[in-house]
Ligand binder design. Sequence first.
Ligand code: 5GP
Length: 204
Amino acid sequence: MNKEGILIVICGPSGVGKGTVCKEFLGKNRNIKLSVSATTRSPRIGEVDGVSYHFLETGQFEKMVENGEFIEYARVYENYYGTPKAEVLKNLHNGEDVLLEIDIQGAMQVKSSYPDAVFVFILPPSLGELRDRIVKRGSETEESLKLRFGSAYDEICKIENFDYFVVNDDIEKAVRQLDCIMMAEKSRVLRNKENILENFKEEI
Ligand code: 5GP
């Protein structure tokens, strides 16, 4: 029997470094597939269509919403972002683990339709540190910087909806913590019950 893969949902305020943590984590765990989101935001320098995001026109995005092609989607900082369904479900059914790096509105949608998913929230060491990181990134206008920083505390207040938190004060440590979370989740009896029973039954 092919066991379903685990769906891992990683959230955290803008600028917390979840992109870097996820990249390092996936680099160490090549068997985990990253879901490439669709967005109506314009590409930043260095971003590649189909790799960083699927960059879509608003009309194209809305068509996908109409056709029910997203697991979840949300409007974040004046743009649409969404997780295309087909690829994620295919990988999970093939027994492969899939990682979603999405915002909290999307995570809550996933939670209602995929309660078995693992929800991880990445925290900054402090709000001051978060602000410095966003400013340093230099990719935001003053307006969007205010917007992103303003939402950070509101998002942190919703942490009770998550299974685990990881403080990103050191990338390596954060990645190790994610490794441990995955190991713990893979050892859950509920996820393995049928396989365990099947294996032992064969020996009787
Ligand atoms: P950025 O514009 O900085 O790449 O992303 C802005 C926010 O959108 C981040 O919090 C990111 O996690 C979130 N995001 C990226 N992809 C998705 C997605 O597919 N769905 C949702 N709901 N949020 C996403």
